[in-house]
Design a protein. Structure first.
Length: 108
């Protein structure tokens, strides 16, 4: 599966005809726009994959994609928290069993 990330152009001239600077997640990155039929302008939104602009998009499309990516990240964070909680519970149970085994040896 390929993942395209919305990016907004922040600088059009980089010294190379196919490169622009686009903010990807708020961080300026060089992006190759050579695959596009028309060169986007500063403020335009593009869909970027592996450093290449695949197509242009509207601000609403970009926001929808960013919202979806945010929801996916939130779901992954919740799953990671559940896994960490289960791991912690297993570690606590193992520690408790070890403490009980040590106490049993001392009591006998």
């Amino acid at each position: 599966m390929c993942l395209g990330i919305p990016a907004q152009l922040v600088e059009g001239e980089t010294g190379h005809q196919d490169l622009v600077m686009a903010a990807v997640g708020g961080v300026p990155r060089p992006v190759n726009v050579g695959l596009l039929d028309e060169r986007p302008g500063i403020g335009d939104w593009i869909l970027v994959h592996m450093g290449f602009a695949l197509n242009t998009m509207t601000a609403a499309e970009a926001q929808d994609a960013l919202d979806a990516l945010g929801a996916e990240r939130a779901a992954e964070d919740r799953e990671a928290e559940r896994e960490i909680g289960a791991l912690q519970a297993a570690m606590d149970a193992a520690a408790q069993a070890e403490e009980e085994a040590i106490a049993a040896r001392w009591m006998s």
